[in-house]
Design a protein around this ligand. Structure first.
Ligand code: SF4
Length: 330
């Protein structure tokens, strides 16, 4: 089997937020003032695949998604998109490349301008990138609306006239109208009812197949990611702790954090012994624990875990976990 070349590759990616001028000191004066949202992350997304990025809220997933398409500037590291180093691009070059990299946001209520019609919202990218004349823009907007299950009848309506699921369809149309190669889907169904979630997931799968898209699909919900992902990366407190093929990672998660996340998902075939559920809250990213960042919640933590940060170890073909249990022991 040939493995597709990476469309996106991030190396040693770092993003810290300095809150010195914010409220962090008042709220948590015992901690530092730098949120280590993304801390030395490696990520590879192959052309045509869906990489599911999972983790609890506050793990750094959304920040990583924004760094991947340079909606945020990294403090250090490298992001290569189709061979081009995004972090070194001049603004005009970045704008040109940006049409190939789009994002679908979590909240379909907040991410659409309430004062713009659907035609304006979906056609904005075409007007910016192609300076298309109005009639041809409208044709392409209508074509895209039909691809996402809406129609020309919706062109002149405003976001408040739609349901949550329809708004997310508008957000998808806006992201795909420029026919990008790569789309960051940032919790795109989290704000929707379960029945609507299934429809939007089916739509995203269909559009991926028809348009040959590559997705970075961010979610805290494992059951959602399991429906879409070819591979899964698990993030905890700014670090990737496990990556692997989705089927393998679901069947045999190797990192105790991933095991605990999966233990919390209800399963019909819940036979055999299940790992313990997650205990306690995730520590603050203002002051992450030394050694393995998961050691404060890990049922297997030993003395070595508190001192030495584990490096990723290959536990099977294409499957890595950063945990001492798979290396020199805890
Ligand atoms: Fe648990 Fe230690 Fe593995 Fe971290 S390195 S996940 S604390 S066993």
């Amino acid at each position: 089997m040939t493995v597709a070349a990476p469309l996106l590759r991030a190396r040693n990616l770092v993003k810290h937020f300095d809150l010195r001028h914010g409220l962090a000191r008042l709220v948590q004066p015992q901690h530092g003032h730098v949120v280590r949202a993304v801390d030395d992350v490696e990520l590879e997304i192959r052309r045509g695949e869906t990489l599911g990025l999972i983790g609890e809220s506050g793990s750094g997933k959304s920040t990583l998604g924004r760094l991947a398409i340079r909606l945020l500037d990294a403090d250090a590291g490298e992001v290569r998109f189709d061979g081009t180093d995004l972090l070194r691009l001049e603004p005009a070059e970045l704008v040109r490349l940006r049409r190939r990299m789009q994002i679908i946001f979590q909240d379909p209520y907040a991410s659409l301008n309430p004062r713009r019609t659907v035609e304006d919202i979906v056609g904005l990218g075409l007007r910016i990138h192609e300076r298309s004349a109005a009639p041809s823009t409208r044709d392409r907007v209508v074509d895209m609306l039909e691809r996402v299950g809406l129609s020309a009848a919706h062109l002149h309506r405003y976001p408040h006239q739609f349901s949550g699921g329809q708004r997310q369809r508008i957000g998808i149309a806006r992201a795909l109208v420029l026919r990008p190669d790569f789309v960051v889907c940032d919790e795109p169904v989290s704000a929707l009812d379960v029945s609507i979630q299934a429809q939007i997931i089916a739509l995203l799968n269909e559009l991926k197949r028809d348009f040959g898209l590559t997705y970075l699909f961010i979610s805290h919900d494992l059951s959602v990611v399991a429906h879409l992902a070819d591979r899964i990366a698990v993030m905890y407190l700014g670090r990737i702790v496990e990556t692997g093929p989705a089927s393998r990672l679901i069947e045999a998660p190797a990192h105790p954090y991933t095991q605990a996340l999966f233990a919390a998902v209800p399963r019909i075939d819940a036979g055999g012994e299940r790992p313990p559920r997650l205990q306690g809250d995730m520590p603050s990213a203002l002051d992450p624990p030394a050694g393995c960042r998961f050691h404060t919640r890990c049922p297997h933590a030993g003395e070595r875990c508190r001192r030495v940060e584990p490096a990723p170890i290959e536990v099977a073909a294409g499957h890595t976990a950063a945990c001492h249990l798979h290396g020199d022991g805890v």
